[in-house]
Design a protein around this ligand. Structure first.
Ligand SMILES: [Zn+2]
Ligand SMILES: [Zn+2]
Length: 328
């Protein structure tokens, strides 16, 4: 049996994969127990227990790992859910030396939220052959990266791409971004209109919901729920809006925060958010953790939004950075 302490630690890590737990009398080296190819993602040893968490899709590993332990080991396996998320781009409007524009990847699930300039980082990190891209709206800082995956598709590195968005968003992308005068080849995407679809199934038994957001030209927010965790992605709108109920109780709220409070007027004028309303919303919605994205590209410094004021209201707040990976 897996110890309670260990279960808690793994629950804290919130990975998806196989948990291998062995109480050892002879402490084997990692190499002697696991073959070189095994992508061991976490290993720790304490109180005579050797624990390793493997990523999903390695069920075939079970037999060889058992054999490797020999008689001095008692070994048990348990399926543990991992959700891994990579921020490919965390800035708004245009890239700067620190941040590309909005894109988030769930690599093991083949899901991307928005396709900003950070999208060029996707092919090297995607763990599936297919890809589902959900677009919040058609502003260039959220869609231009769609053109970056043409070559990976032609090479067969990405076999199938579905692009989800409102009909108006998809039409704008096809008509303008992918016009022959703008881009030489129309990529072989499957276009899926969200307008009449309220709930979309996603891998690992989850489902995705969307809600309209107020923004010049419109935008939508996304929420994904699995059986034991959830996330919401809200960008290009002015907090608090009317979507509090939509995001209530999520483990992870990823929310735009373009401006610090001093530029409150600019937030209103441009259809973006500033610090305090985002923090109050996270608190009211009782989310577990808040990650701020889509920050002002004119501010490449360490604190473009006024983090201390935000954390006074909602302590569990983080400023997302490009290529930050989190597990939840
Ligand atoms: Zn934007
Ligand atoms: Zn926008």
């Amino acid at each position: 049996m897996i110890s309670q302490t260990l279960c808690e630690r793994v629950a804290g890590l919130r990975k998806y994969g196989l948990l291998l737990n062995g109480i050892y009398r002879e402490l084997p080296s990692r190499k002697s127990v696991f073959s070189e190819e095994l992508p061991v993602v976490n290993l720790w040893r304490s109180h005579g227990i050797c624990n390793t968490v493997f990523p999903a899709g390695l069920q075939g590993l079970q037999g060889s790992a058992r054999a490797g332990f020999g008689p001095s080991f008692s070994v048990s396996f348990q399926t543990v859910h991992i959700m891994r998320l990579i921020f490919l781009g965390t800035g708004g409007y245009h890239p700067n030396e620190r941040r590309h524009t909005a894109s988030i990847l769930l690599p093991e699930l083949g899901i991307a939220l928005d396709a900003g300039t950070g999208f060029f980082r996707l092919p090297a990190r995607l763990k599936t052959s297919n890809l589902d891209v959900y677009l919040t709206h058609a502003h260039l800082d959220h869609v231009c990266g769609l053109t970056f995956i043409l070559v990976p598709m032609l090479r067969g590195e990405i076999s199938q791409v579905r692009v989800f968005g409102l009909r108006t968003t998809l039409e704008a992308v096809k008509t303008h971004l992918l016009a022959s005068e703008m881009f030489p080849v129309l990529p072989d995407f499957e276009w899926v209109e969200l307008d009449t679809v309220l709930e979309i199934p996603v891998p690992e038994g989850g489902h995705l919901l969307w809600t309209p957001l107020t923004h010049p030209g419109g935008s939508v927010g996304f929420r994904i729920d699995w059986h034991d965790r959830s996330l919401a992605y809200i960008t290009d709108t002015t907090a608090p809006g009317d979507y509090c109920e939509f995001i209530t109780g999520v483990d992870l709220l990823i929310h735009e925060c373009y401006f610090p409070d001093e530029l409150h007027d600019w937030a209103q004028k441009t259809g973006h958010s500033c610090a305090t309303p985002v923090a109050l919303l996270a608190k009211q919605a009782n989310v577990r953790e808040l990650f701020l994205i889509h920050v002002d590209p004119q501010r490449p410094d360490d604190d473009p939004v006024g983090l201390s004021a935000i954390r006074e209201i909602f302590p569990n707040t983080h400023l997302a950075e490009d290529l930050l990976e989190i597990e939840f």
